[in-house]
Design a protein around this ligand. Structure first.
Ligand SMILES: *Cc1c(COP(=O)(O)O)cnc(C)c1O
Length: 475
C-alpha cells in the first residue's frame, strides 16, 4: 500500500493552502465577470480542440494552473452577457455551502447520515409548501434535478391514481398522461421510461400564444378513453422551457379535479415565482396541483442540482417507492420524515438543503422575490427594446425572463430567415462576447435569451442588438 501517497492526499495543510488560493482565484473571477471587466461571456472552443487541450494538459500542464484553466474554459454564468441556458449564477455563499456538502459528504438518504441536512430539508419543504398554498397535510423532499423530480412525480401519480397496482404487478393496460406539445422533453422521457410509449403520451396542442389549448382537454381525454387508454395525469408547464409561457394552471387544475386524475405542475423554471409579489399571478391555480417541481439551481441562485418536489398530500410523497399501497403504510412509516432516501429516487444525495437554508438565514425569504422579480422585469424590457427595432421581432410577448426573438428582413422567406438566424447565433457563439441560445417554434428559428443574471441591464441588451446588427453585415 502506498501510504505516503494517501497521506499526501489527506494532508490538511495542503487543503488549507489550496483552498485559500482557490478562493482568491474565484474571487477575482467573480469581480472580473460580475463587473464585465473582461469582455467575453464564453471563450468558445471547438469540441475537438478542447479535448486535445485537456489531453495535453494531463501530460504537460502545470499543477498550479489546473483550477485556473478549468475556470477559464467554462461559460461564465456571472457575466451580465450570459443570457443562455436557465442555470443561475449561484449566489457566492452557496458555492461555500457546496464546499461543505462536498467535504462532509453526508449521504442524507438516512437520518444517521445527514442529521442537519434532513432536519433542514423538512424546514425548507414546509416553507415552500406553505408558499404554494398547500395545507399542513402537504409534504415533499429535495432531489437531484427537475428531470428526476418530474419522473418521480409521475410515478407517484401512477401509484395514487391507476386502478391496478403497477409497482408490484407490472404494467397491465395502456396508461396515458396528457401534456402540452411544448412541455420539457424530460416529461416525454419519463413517460417512456414508465412504458407508456407513443400512444400513452397524449400531446395537447398549444394556442397561438403557445399555451396548452385547454379547450381541447375534454375531447383529447374522451378520445384516449375510447381507445382504452387509462389517463392518470395531466402536466402543466410553469413555464414551458422554450417559450417561457405559462399554461393556465387554474383551468388545467379544474379539469384534473373533474376527471379525478393527477395534476402535476412542472415549475422547474418558474415555480420560484411563488416568492414574487409582482409575478405570483403567473402561477394562479398552482395550489390545485397534486405535485409541484421547483428547481433551486434555476431561478433561486443555487448551484446545481437541487430541486424541490412538493406534494399536496403527504401520503403520496411517501408511497411512491413503497411495496405497499399508500393506505397500508403504518403510522411510523408515515411519520418517518427524517429518512428521506425512502421517498427519493436517488439513494446517496448531496446535502442540498443547506443551500436553501443558508440563503434564507443570511438574506431572508425576500431574496427570492428580489431575484425572480428583477429577472422577469428584464424579460419585458428586452422585448420592449426589440419592438423598437425594425429588423427584429419577438416570437411572443414574454411572461417571464425567457424571450425568443429573431432578425427579419422584409419579403424574405422563412427558410432564408431561419438560415440567417442560425448563422447569426453561431457567429455570436464563436465571438463569445455574449452567450445566447436558440430554439425552433412551429418551424420558425428564433434566437433565445434567458435573463439569469440580476446585473444584466438595458445597456447590455442594447450592446447585444448592436452586435447582432454588426454580425449581420458580415454574413
Ligand atoms: C429545466 C427544466 C426541466 C429539467 O430540470 P433539470 O433540473 O435540468 O433536470 C424540466 N422542466 C422544465 C420546465 C425546465 O425548465
Amino acid at each position: 500500500m502506498n501510504k505516503k501517497l494517501l497521506l499526501k492526499v489527506y494532508n490538511v495543510e495542503e487543503f488549507n493552502s489550496n483552498g485559500h488560493l482557490l478562493i482568491d482565484q474565484l474571487t477575482s473571477h467573480l469581480e472580473d465577470k460580475l463587473n464585465a471587466y473582461s469582455k467575453n461571456a464564453i471563450n468558445w472552443n471547438e469540441p475537438e480542440h478542447e479535448l486535445k487541450f485537456w489531453k495535453d494538459f494531463l501530460k504537460n500542464g502545470s499543477k498550479k494552473d489546473l483550477f485556473k484553466e478549468i475556470t477559464k474554459h467554462t461559460t461564465y454564468t456571472h457575466h451580465p452577457h450570459y443570457l443562455g441556458h436557465q442555470v443561475s449564477p449561484p449566489a457566492p455563499i452557496t458555492a461555500l455551502t457546496g464546499l461543505i456538502s462536498s467535504l462532509l459528504n453526508n449521504g442524507t438518504a438516512v437520518y444517521e447520515m445527514g442529521m442537519a441536512s434532513n432536519a433542514i430539508e423538512r424546514i425548507i419543504i414546509e416553507l415552500v409548501c406553505n408558499k404554494i398554498g398547500f395545507k399542513e397535510s402537504s409534504s415533499g423532499f429535495l432531489t437531484s434535478g427537475g428531470t428526476l423530480a418530474n419522473l418521480t412525480a409521475l410515478l407517484s401519480a401512477r401509484k395514487a391514481i391507476t386502478k391496478k397496482d403497477i409497482w408490484n404487478e407490472g404494467n397491465q393496460n395502456q396508461l396515458g398522461i396528457m401534456v402540452s406539445e411544448e412541455a420539457h422533453y424530460c416529461v416525454d422521457r419519463a413517460a417512456r421510461i414508465m412504458g407508456l410509449g407513443n400512444q400513452g403520451i397524449i400531446k395537447v396542442p398549444v394556442t397561438r400564444e403557445f399555451q396548452m389549448d385547454t379547450s381541447l382537454l375534454e375531447s383529447k381525454f374522451e378520445e384516449a378513453k375510447a381507445k382504452g387508454i387509462e389517463v392518470f395525469a395531466i402536466i402543466g408547464s410553469a413555464p414551458s422551457t422554450a417559450t417561457g409561457i405559462f399554461d393556465d394552471l387554474e383551468t388545467i387544475g379544474g379539469f384534473a379535479e373533474k376527471q379525478k386524475i393527477w395534476f402535476h405542475v412542472d415549475g422547474a423554471h418558474g415555480g420560484a415565482g411563488i416568492f414574487s409579489k409582482k409575478y405570483r399571478h403567473t402561477l394562479n391555480g398552482i395550489d390545485k396541483a397534486d405535485s409541484v417541481v421547483i428547481d433551486g439551481h434555476k431561478m433561486m441562485m443555487m448551484p446545481a442540482l437541487t430541486t424541490a418536489l412538493l406534494f399536496k398530500n403527504e401520503i403520496n410523497s411517501k408511497a411512491t417507492f413503497s411495496q405497499k399501497a399508500d393506505y397500508l403504510l403504518s403510522d411510523s412509516e408515515h411519520e418517518d420524515w427524517y429518512n428521506s432516501g425512502k421517498r427519493t429516487f436517488e439513494c446517496t444525495k448531496n446535502m442540498m438543503s443547506i443551500h436553501w437554508f443558508t440563503l434564507l438565514k443570511l438574506y431572508g425569504e425576500e431574496v427570492f422575490d428580489a431575484n425572480v422579480t428583477q429577472l422577469y422585469d428584464m424579460g419585458a424590457i428586452f422585448a420592449n427594446l426589440i419592438a423598437e427595432e425594425p429588423n427584429f421581432e419577438v416570437a411572443l410577448q414574454p411572461m417571464s425572463n425567457i424571450v425568443c426573438f429573431r432578425f427579419i428582413e422584409p419579403g424574405m422567406s422563412t427558410e432564408y430567415l431561419n438560415e440567417l438566424n442560425i448563422k447569426i447565433r453561431q457567429a455570436l457563439l464563436e465571438d463569445g462576447e455574449f452567450y445566447i441560445v436558440q430554439t425552433k417554434l412551429k418551424g420558425v428559428h428564433y434566437m433565445r435569451i434567458t435573463v439569469m443574471n440580476p446585473f444584466t441591464t438595458l445597456q447590455h441588451f442594447k450592446a447585444l442588438i448592436e452586435k447582432i446588427k454588426l454580425i449581420k453585415t458580415s454574413i
